[in-house]
Design a protein around this ligand. Structure first.
Ligand code: UTP
Length: 308
């Protein structure tokens, strides 16, 4: 296949949302983790917006049991809109309209058993068919100054073609928690990837650049996912299937402008809420005041009380 074939436009994005969200139990017993709000939008809407900004036209959710709220969130709600209109709540109406998806944009497939991220992506193979596609993990939010993370990656993809994955620096002692790329890190924005390793031992980590949860991949990844090989944690790992594309296809790591937040963890969720609310035009100043007041209070607390 010629290099030009690896440069076809990225029109589709997969959002794996079938996980159990155990780190947020019991909040996620019946409510999907991806519906937890960061500021006034659920996680899933943040990532759908990011994908839309990057030119994505088809949004594919890989869902599972107890996840119906996710698709309902993007529905039209005429009664709600009429009520807001009647009450003159124009700003609120605008926000509700921003959360709607037009007919023919949202596609659903199900992952019957949560066997891992790689398996979730494989469940979308028929909807992707034979074209390049993006993957966005909904529990990872990226806050950037200008363009969103996926838009920045699409810009790089338009130059390089092939596969592009977003990476971010992490402290070496934390590399064991992430997928880590093997690159000659010269500090540049895009670097050819030589290898990928999921959750390496700290001493074996080939770099300190971690894979954050934004990918542009060629459809050949499905051939490797179909093997159903299990990797770290006994799960079908996306990282292992992606690693098989490194030799035969262009494969780049993209260092994006911005910061990622792992909102699937309790502390990352709080941090993301602080980051997104403190820059909100409506409540940002109040949020900053609350943060400063709390920081002052914590500073003045006797040490043993603060530790409780
Ligand atoms: P996570 O591992 O962060 O999600 O997967 P989780 O398993 O739901 O969370 P915890 O660890 O139990 O708290 C990242 C994304 O991949 C999806 C999840 O829904 C999440 O959005 N996922 C994960 C699937 O769709 N299927 C899976 O089998 C695993």
């Amino acid at each position: 296949m010629s290099t030009e074939n690896y440069k076809r436009p990225v029109r589709k994005a997969v959002f794996p949302v079938a996980g159990l969200g155990t780190r947020f139990l019991p909040a996620t017993k019946v409510m999907p983790k991806e519906m937890l709000p960061i500021n006034d939008q659920p996680l899933i809407q943040h990532v759908v917006n990011e994908a839309r900004e990057a030119g994505i036209e088809e949004f594919i959710f890989v869902t599972g049991r107890h996840k119906n709220l996710l698709e309902e969130h993007f529905d039209y709600q005429p009664e709600l809109k009429q009520t807001l209109q009647r009450r003159g709540k124009d700003k609120m109406l605008e926000k509700v309209e921003e959360s709607e998806m037009t007919e023919g944009e949202l596609f659903l497939t199900r992952q019957a058993r949560p066997l891992g991220l790689g398996h979730a992506i494989w469940c979308a193979r028929k909807l992707i068919s034979n074209e390049p596609f993006a993957i966005l993990l909904p529990d990872v939010l990226v806050k950037s100054q200008k363009n969103g993370c996926l838009k920045q990656m699409v810009d790089i993809y338009n130059e390089t073609g092939g596969n592009v994955i977003a990476v971010e620096d992490v402290p070496r002692e934390e590399t064991y928690k992430y997928g880590i790329v093997d690159v000659d890190d010269d500090g540049s924005q895009k670097m050819p990837v030589k290898g990928l390793v999921e959750k390496p031992n700290i001493e074996d980590a080939p770099s300190t650049l971690s894979v954050i949860g934004r990918y542009i991949l060629q459809p050949e990844v499905f051939e490797h996912l179909s093997a159903f090989e299990t990797g770290a944690g006994g799960e079908i790992q996306l990282t292992d299937a992606m690693a098989k594309l490194i030799k035969p296809q262009p494969f780049y790591a993209a260092r994006f402008d911005g910061k990622s937040y792992d909102s699937g963890s309790r502390i990352g969720f709080i941090e993301a809420n602080l980051a997104f609310t403190s820059t909100d035009p409506e409540i940002g100043e109040d949020v900053k005041r609350v943060i400063l007041e709390m920081a002052e209070k914590i500073k003045n607390e006797p040490k043993d009380v603060a530790a409780e």
